[in-house]
Write a protein that binds this ligand. Structure first.
Ligand SMILES: *Cc1c(COP(=O)(O)O)cnc(C)c1O
Length: 392
């Protein structure tokens, strides 16, 4: 059997992210293969119930990807032509693409600061118009947005919050004593929360995603949208619960399958410990990066809970960032940028934005360093040693 390492023409010594997969995942896949049922069925149901209990959300719907979840969230909230959706310019492009996919207009907001690169409530407020239908928040790197302020802002104007919680699975939001959302899990704060289980996420199944909502009506629509707008599933009919179906809206096939759900259940069991381990590694990075002059590590003074999806550091300037990225590559250490500024990408150049000065500075200086639960402490020293030698 050819292994992944034999197939890859190039091998990083320290990759950006890596799976924590082992015998339990293998066993889960075999269990499904031997069950004789591959498409959405009992494993998906069990995974959804387990995610509901983690998130404290009344309804959790597993879907084929985080992007599918975002698409359905937009549709489930009735977002369409003529609507504006305020969202971070600093985000993966999926939310912006799905805004366009439903015929609405993305409006891009700035970050709060280099230390807190989440969407700025002041920028949101400045961009609100009578056409604003929703705000997308993205908990950057697993760190919560300022949900108390954003929630208050949106409640006042009856604007829905969509949480792009793809980085933030397993972290709890804590606001002030008077914050009605305080204590909820990230992904369960807004009207609809969207998670991703892509291979590099904290809970990884290869492809996969999840929608979370407490709203019965929205959940019903999402359930239909997931499977062609049909009122019953193949599994229901196989179980003898139904023999026919109606089609009540124009839906998709955004279902997840049993293999991915079974992997998700095993990964969910590891999530708490793995997020804790990520936090510990971030602590080691902070200690090692401390002596570097004029570097900024976002969230380094935050006491809030985080899923620690990413380890991001900001070089003093763009030229230093480029130098460091080059050096890391030369010594076999993979790094990345989360993310380019979306309205600077070709397909979004004509879209409305606020003043994005802080986002653009962040993007010119940021480096994402390797972070995953199986990363060693020696690897952290190795990565930071390479950075130090590059800037010496
Ligand atoms: C991964 C990711 C997505 C998209 O999820 P997929 O499962 O890859 O479709 C969207 N937003 C953010 C912030 C992500 O990290």
């Amino acid at each position: 059997m050819s292994t992944l390492s034999q197939m890859q023409p190039f091998q990083w010594r320290v990759p950006l992210s890596d799976l924590d997969y082992g015998p339990q995942e293998e066993e889960a896949v075999l269990r499904v293969l031997r069950s004789g049922w591959l498409s959405m069925g009992p494993e998906v149901g069990a995974f959804e119930a387990e995610m509901s209990s983690l998130l404290g959300s009344k309804h959790c719907l597993a879907v084929s990807s985080g992007t599918a979840a975002l698409h359905m969230a937009m549709l489930g909230l009735g977002i369409g032509p003529g609507d504006e959706v305020i969202q971070p310019a600093l985000n993966f492009v999926a939310a912006a693409n799905m805004t366009e996919a439903v015929g609405a207009e993305p409006v891009f907001a700035d970050i709060i600061s280099l230390e807190n690169p989440t969407i700025d409530p002041l920028s949101i407020e400045a961009l609100m118009t009578p056409h604003t239908k929703a705000v997308v928040v993205m908990h950057y790197g697993g760190h919560a947005c300022e949900m108390e302020e954003i929630y208050e802002l949106c409640e006042r104007r009856s604007v829905a919050i969509i949480e792009d919680a793809c980085h933030a699975v397993g972290a709890r939001w804590t606001g002030s004593a008077t914050d009605p959302t305080s204590g909820r899990m990230l992904g369960a704060v807004g009207a609809v929360g969207c998670l991703s289980f892509f291979s590099n996420k904290n809970l990884a199944t290869g492809e996969g995603g999840l929608l979370a909502t407490d709203d019965d009506m929205i959940a019903e629509t999402l359930r239909r949208l997931r499977s062609h707008g049909m009122t019953t599933l193949s599994w229901d009919r196989y179980q003898g619960h139904a023999s026919s179906y109606d089609v009540v809206l124009h839906g998709f096939n955004y279902r997840i399958d049993e293999v991915h759900a079974a992997l998700g259940r095993v990964q969910l069991g590891k999530l708490g410990e793995n997020n804790r381990r990520r936090g510990e590694l971030v602590g080691s990075y902070l200690d090692a990066l401390e002596p570097l002059q004029d570097w900024v590590v976002p969230f380094c003074t935050s006491s809030r809970e985080s899923a620690h999806h990413l380890m991001v550091a900001l070089a003093p300037d763009h030229a230093t960032r480029e130098l460091v990225v080059q050096r890391l590559r030369e010594v076999g250490i993979q790094s990345s940028l989360h993310y380019p500024c979306i309205p600077d990408l070709a397909a979004f150049r004509t879209r409305a934005t606020g003043d994005l000065a802080k986002t653009r500075e962040f993007v010119s200086r940021a480096i994402t360093l390797p972070l995953y639960p199986t990363l060693g402490l020696a690897d952290v020293d190795d990565v930071v040693g390479a950075i130090r030698s590059a800037v010496a």
